[in-house]
Design a protein around this ligand. Structure first.
Ligand code: ADP
Ligand code: PAZ
Ligand code: K
Length: 257
């Protein structure tokens, strides 16, 4: 079995693959203060609950955009799985040609998504990942990573509103159904969610144009909050919540000895 970790700024998503089949996946909070042993025990509990055996893990792959967690996770892989984890970064073949000024600067999660989406859908492609930040990535017809856009995420945008205005409360992220709202909570929900749908559709349309207005450009969304926006966006074609785990499995296959 392969154990894959996608470490985001809010959540760590982990999944176990047997060959190409995802047996199970889980989500845990990203906590920079947790130790290798604490992560090891969390994984142990999840495995036990689902009737899986730690000893069946043959390899571990990690993609992370949170550098302070790398030590704990690598040490965990070593101590509990007796494996040196494969880490998505320099020295790993992804098969993606990165057209960023400095390719090392691109978040590993964005590259991993690009690998999975190009393999599954072909190019040109726009990938929108609704995480702590919302990232937009443009992939050419040849599978090159052309670059993209980073916007403040939905949840952190709404937190900023509540934290900086004394009379604005924390609100639940649900659609109020209209934009002429008659109370504070629905006015905020409208601004956050419908405002965000506008942001997404505008960036995606511009990105499609910059990609050459190819009629077959597909737009794939992923990440914790993808469904909330995709259901009303004019530009998102499909939501694929497993993009990052799939990308990790593919990168593992391309690099295993
Ligand atoms: N299944 C879910 N349903 C609703 N919200 C979610 C779900 N999973 C994650 N979220 C929320 O979506 C946001 C982004 O989460 P996630 O995609 O895990 O971000 P990251 O990759 O940056 O860790 C967070 O605010 C998280 O609380
Ligand atoms: C943009 C991100 C913060 C998104 O991370 P996430 O929201 O998934 O936690 C991450 O991909 C990152 O730190 N990227 C490095 C900068 C870049 O991609 O240009
Ligand atoms: K992510």
């Amino acid at each position: 079995m392969l154990l894959a970790f996608d470490v985001g700024n809010t959540n760590i998503v982990l999944g176990v693959y047997k060959g190409e089949t995802l047996l199970n996946s889980w989500r845990m909070a990203t906590d920079k203060s947790k130790t290798a042993d604490e992560y090891g025990m969390l994984v142990n509990q999840l495995f036990q609950y689902d009737g899986l055996d730690l000893n069946d893990v043959e390899d571990v792959i990690i993609s992370s955009v949170v550098p302070p967690l790398m030590y704990s996770l690598q040490h965990m892989a070593f101590k509990y799985f007796k494996k040196e984890a494969m880490v998505v970064g320099p020295g790993i073949k992804t098969g993606v040609n990165i057209k960023y000024d400095n390719p090392k600067q691109v978040g590993a999660d964005r590259i991993v998504n690009a690998v999975a989406a190009f393999e599954k859908y072909g190019g040109p492609l726009v990938i929108v990942d609704f995480g702590t930040a919302t990232t937009f990535c443009a992939i050419s017809d040849k599978g090159e990573y052309m670059g993209g856009t980073i916007s403040p995420g939905i949840k952190i945008s709404s937190e900023a509103l509540f934290q900086n205005a004394a009379k604005l409360p924390r609100v639940e992220l649900i659609k109020p159904g209209h934009v002429i709202c008659k109370n504070t909570v629905s006015s905020m929900q409208s601004g956050i969610i419908y405002g965000y749908i506008g942001l997404v559709d505008y960036i995606v349309k511009r990105m499609k144009q910059e990609l050459g207005n190819h009629p077959n450009t597909k737009v794939i969304a992923t990440g914790g909050l993808a469904n909330l926006i995709a259901s009303e966006s004019e530009t998102i074609d499909e939501v694929n919540g497993l993009l990052t785990l799939e990308g990790l499995r593919i990168i593992y296959e391309r690099n295993k000895a």
